[in-house]
Write a protein that binds this ligand. Structure first.
Ligand SMILES: Nc1ncnc2c1ncn2[C@@H]1O[C@H](COP(=O)(O)OP(=O)(O)OP(=O)(O)O)[C@@H](O)[C@H]1O
Length: 309
């Protein structure tokens, strides 16, 4: 069964790219080929190529400035590559806008939490359902099909939030989905659902950020340092939540930038170590973190960077 092969712990780097029964090529959930991005004279990602099979939990690690966040920006369309191609399943997404990519089932959390100051916790998560709301991409058209202009997206999202009658049934369904997502975080977010999002603690803002990504029910979830700034208890709790999520949805592909190596060891099926914009090592967590090149490039700088073993 293809899913078993792709399940966490089942696939090492040696198994990549995935091949199906009889050697048939299996379309990767995500594939980067020769992706280069420069900022002025600086090469942030340099000819990066890798594929991620569906259901894999890939951790991307590396020292500061290695190009990790740029990769997330590239995959989500916030930054365009100067060279190379990015595919999502069989579809080329290299030049698509972020909204189009999110409509294809890609959701992300940001490195620093982005809270809409005027919204409650519940409303902040409802914003993450707007992809479903406009009927874009994989979702069945909600109200006469997708509306291309960004204004239409915003207007419809606002209409749901402010409760126009024709959206009432849809809103109820989305609220139920948002409630279920908030409840995933135990008593961290759900009891605070009617509070302004800005009143949340730092750790809860990070949780809210992840809830907003999850509520879109993505096929590919990109987490940029999900445990940044969390204490060991909060970090352990969030790692456990991600593990549970992945167990509950084995087909969900997760790409996670993470500096805390114990989280990487706990969660990742595979680790890509970036250094100076390039892939230095692509292996299982145990092999990657023991690789002498990684020790030199990454762990060797731990004393002066924010890496945590
Ligand atoms: N928008 C931008 N404009 C100019 N330079 C940028 C931009 N985004 C990233 N860079 C540069 O590209 C390089 C890679 O940055 P990136 O944020 O991808 O690294 P990172 O591995 O995520 O680092 P960190 O762990 O510190 O977040 C860095 O030198 C950074 O300064």
């Amino acid at each position: 069964m293809a899913d078993d092969r792709l399940r966490p712990g089942a696939a090492g780097a040696a198994a990549l790219p995935a091949a199906g029964a009889g050697g048939r090529e299996v379309t990767a959930a995500l594939a980067l080929k020769g992706v280069t991005r420069r900022f002025g004279g600086l090469v942030a990602t340099d000819d990066v190529s890798f594929t991620v099979p569906g259901g894999q939990l890939l951790a991307i690690v590396g020292p500061n400035g290695a190009g990790k966040s740029t990769l997330v920006q590239l995959i989500t369309g916030f930054v365009r590559p100067d060279a190379g191609h990015i595919r999502l399943g069989a579809r080329e997404i290299t030049r698509l806008a972020p909204e189009a990519i999110s409509a294809l089932g890609v959701a992300r959390s940001f490195q620093t939490s982005r809270i809409f100051p005027g919204l409650t916790v519940m409303e902040s998560v409802l914003v993450g359902t707007q992809v479903a709301l406009i009927g874009g991409g994989r979702q069945p058209p909600a109200f006469g099909g997708p509306k291309p202009p960004a204004f239409g997206v915003l207007a419809e999202a606002a209409a749901v939030l402010f409760g126009l009658p024709r959206y009432a049934a849809r809103r109820r369904a989305l609220e139920a989905r948002a409630a279920a997502t908030l409840q995933l975080f135990g008593d961290r977010l759900w009891p605070r659902r009617d509070q302004p999002a800005f009143s949340l603690s730092y750790a809860n803002r990070r949780r809210l950020e992840i809830a907003r990504a999850l509520v879109a029910e993505p096929d590919l979830l990109l987490l940029d340092e999900p445990t940044a700034g969390m204490n060991p208890t909060e970090t352990g709790e969030l790692a456990e939540l991600i593990a549970q999520l992945h167990a509950a949805r084995p087909a969900l592909t997760i790409v996670m930038i993470e500096h805390k190596l114990q989280v990487v060891r706990q969660l990742a099926t595979r680790v890509i170590v970036m250094n100076h914009g390039s892939v230095l090592v692509d292996a299982t967590p145990a092999a990657a973190l023991a690789d002498p090149r990684v020790v030199t490039a990454y762990l060797g700088r731990a004393a002066t960077s924010h890496a945590h073993g």
